[in-house]
Structures are given as C-alpha cells and as structure tokens.
Design a binder for this molecule. Structure first.
Ligand SMILES: C[S@@+](CC[C@H](N)C(=O)[O-])C[C@H]1O[C@@H](n2cnc3c(N)ncnc32)[C@H](O)[C@@H]1O
Length: 390
C-alpha cells in the first residue's frame, strides 16, 4: 500500500469505529481485524501502519468525531508529514478543503469530565499504552516464565506474574499452552485479591464473563472449596470452561436470566462465604485498552449501568452467610459506579459494613480502594470488600 492508501484505509476504519460507537457495535480491535481479513493484499507493515494511524486518531479525539476523515484531519493538524499525504493521489485521501470538519483534540468527553473525580494531571494517564501483564498460577515458578520470554519482568506489588514485551505472541508460548498463566492486568489481579477468597470457601463469581477473575479466584482457593461462575451472557460464559480446563480449574457454571437472576441462585441463599461482583460498568478505567469506549458511553447507558450495579449488590446480599462478604469491583473511575454505589448499598442495607483490606497499590477511596493508570500504572479500578455482620 502507498502511504496515502494507508491513510485512507485508517479513515475507512475510523468511519466504522465511529458508526459502531454510535450504535453499540463491535470494538475497534475487532473492526480492524475484520477490515484486513477482507483485504489479504495488505502486508504486515501496512497493517501495523494503518492500525497505528487509526489508534492515534482515536486517542487524540476526546469527543466522538463526525467522521473518520475529520478525525484524521485533526491528527494531521499536529503532523505536517501526515497532512502532506492528503494530496489526492490514487487510493489516498482528497486534499483538505477549507472549512472541513476537524475533530478537536481532547482526552475525555465533556459530559464525562464533569463526573470524573480525577485530578487534571492524571487525565493523560487514561490514554497511555497499557502494559501486557500476566498472572502466573501460584504453583508455577516465575523463573520459568522469565526464562521463556526475553524482556519479561516480574510484576510490581508482590504479584506472582510478569510484565511481557508488548508484542509478545502469548498464545504461542509453551507455558500459556500448558495453562500456567493468563493475561490479566496487574490492577485486575490486585482487586481480585482484595475480595479475600481463601481455600475451602464457597465463592460465587456473579459476573464471571469469560472467567478472567474466576480463574484468579480459583488459584487463590488452591482447588479447595466451591466456586460458582455466573453471568447473563451465554457467549461470554461459554468461553470459560475451555479456559478453566486449560488452567486445571474446576468451577460450576450458571447462566442467569437477565430479569430473574435470583431464580438460579435460590439454593445458595445464606450459604456463600464470598460473592464477587465484577460489575458491568462504563470501563472508564480501561480506556487505554479501548480508547474508543469513551465515544460509546452516553448518560443514558451510564444510568442503566448504575441501576444494574445497585441491583446486583441487592441480589448478592441475601446469598451471603452471616460473617461472609461481597467483593465489589468496577473498572471505572466514576464515583457513581464505585464509591457512591457502595455508600448507597451500605445506607440501605442494615448489617453490612466496609472491610476493604489495604492494598500494596492504590489509594483509599470512600469505603474502598481506587487504582489509577497515572498513579499505579494499572488499569483504573474501584474495589470494596463489604462484610455482613455475624
Ligand atoms: C466487567 S464484565 C466481567 C468480566 C469478568 N469478570 C472477567 O474478569 O473477565 C461484567 C460482566 O457482567 C455481566 N452482567 C451484566 N449484567 C448482569 C447481570 N444482571 N447478572 C450477572 N452478570 C451480568 C456481563 O455479561 C459481563 O460479562
């Protein structure tokens, strides 16, 4: 592909990303993969260059741009070499006309910025490139992983895992195939640990999805006790059993009905030591992985998420035995999903109190702990451990 054709390809991809963000379609990564699947002529250098251009344009625009071309013209405004490629060459973008729409540079959409309780100097951290962190099974020695992957470094915060070079082909590694490790952000590992699972417990992972945290919980439980993984999303949940099998983990799987979740949990009422709620949320803490997610969120969608989170807390509470706990997690930096959500639960539910353990990272935030990309180098999270009185 010519340099001009690469720019046009990135514009086409951006159009698809903007359309998907508007109507709730696929993530940028999926759209980029689909684009190149249909264009086998593009070589690996072309793919890398187009992907890089598209992501630079996505990261640069805080608000959803009106078009891919507006996003790319915005990027070109800071990059004369890129601007020069708008020259009307075949397969490339037409020259930039006077008065054409240009996406404004920004980090956070205005309506979200007003609700984000982050100091301004932390905002750029939301869009830095994420690290490739992996969690190693407790029984596997870290040295083997460090020996297999040149450039791998031990994770900070005393976590049993490694930070791998960004371009590592994880699934080709022998240790991954043997089930010894899983890709999991250091922050995600820390907040899972904060929930306080232990061997012998009965643990419900209420929003297990494809099982990232289920597998980490199982490792902490060392195969002793009972682990029940639930979700309302059948395709996501169906990805859990093969992952569990690869890691040598046993978990009961329960598909919940989105309107009647409690029906599938009646046998667990008052019998659970720990319910982990890794709640559906805005994902504002993971923008560095999915920067287009900030174009996707709307006040209405956020309100629905907040309502679901409150409902999940109320669903979890009766499952917990006296003296047991809820681990509430969101990968969000919005207080209405984190601190305020937990405060509201504690205010309306007698017999519950905050009992979040100190973490080797993050800062106390209301009844819980918050991790941020800028101060902890992890995805952004809020976690709270809530204990039922004995
Ligand atoms: C943050 S994701 C979970 C990620 C997963 N725990 C992991 O570590 O990979 C939130 C999950 O909540 C699920 N969910 C949404 N509404 C739910 C509900 N009412 N009951 C249970 N799960 C729900 C979604 O399908 C989604 O998989």
């Amino acid at each position: 592909m010519t340099p001009q054709a690469r720019v046009q390809a990135a514009i086409d991809i951006l159009d698809a990303v903007i359309a998907a963000a508007t109507r709730g379609g696929a993530a940028a990564d999926t759209l980029i993969a689909g684009y190149f699947k249909a264009r086998r002529y593009a070589g690996s250098k072309d793919r890398r260059a187009v992907r890089d251009l598209a992501y630079r344009a996505i990261r640069r625009a805080g608000e959803r741009p009106v078009s891919g071309r507006a996003a790319m013209i915005g990027l070109a405004a800071d990059d004369p070499a890129l601007a020069a490629l708008f020259d009307g060459a075949p397969h490339g973008p037409a020259p930039i006309a006077e008065g054409e729409p240009v996406a404004r540079a920004g980090i956070v959409p205005t309506w979200i910025a007003a609700r984000l309780s982050l100091p301004p100097d932390e905002l750029p951290g939301l869009l830095t490139r994420a690290t490739l962190d992996v969690r190693l099974r407790a029984r596997d020695p870290l040295e083997r992983l460090l020996a297999e992957v040149p450039g791998a470094e031990p994770l900070p915060f005393g976590l049993h895992g490694a930070r791998l070079p960004a371009d590592t082909q994880v699934e080709q590694l022998r240790l991954w195939q043997a089930g010894a490790f899983e890709v999991q952000d250091a922050g995600s590992q820390l907040v899972t640990r904060a929930c306080g699972a232990a061997p012998g417990m009965t643990v419900v992972d209420l929003c297990a999805g494809a099982g990232g945290k289920t597998l980490a919980l199982a490792d902490t439980m060392a195969g002793e006790g009972r682990l029940i993984a639930c979700d309302v999303d059948r395709p996501r949940l169906s990805r859990l059993p093969p992952r569990a099998a690869r890691a040598g983990v046993e978990a009961e799987i329960r598909l919940l009905d989105g309107n009647r979740e409690a029906d599938a949990l009646t046998d667990l009422r008052g019998a659970v030591d720990l319910v982990v709620i890794d709640a559906p949320c805005s994902g504002t803490g993971t923008w560095r992985r999915n920067p287009e997610a900030r174009w996707r969120l709307t006040p209405e969608r956020l309100a629905r998420l907040v309502e679901t989170q409150g409902r999940l807390l109320d669903l979890a509470a009766p499952l917990v035995r006296p003296g047991g706990a809820i681990g509430y997690i969101v990968c969000s930096l919005l207080d209405e999903e984190g601190r305020a959500q937990v405060n509201a639960f504690l205010a309306r539910t007698p017999g519950w109190a905050a009992a979040t353990p100190p973490l080797p990272a993050g800062r106390a935030h209301g009844a819980g702990v918050r991790l941020t990309p800028a101060s902890d180098g992890t995805d952004g999270f809020f976690v709270a451990r809530l204990k039922r009185a004995c």
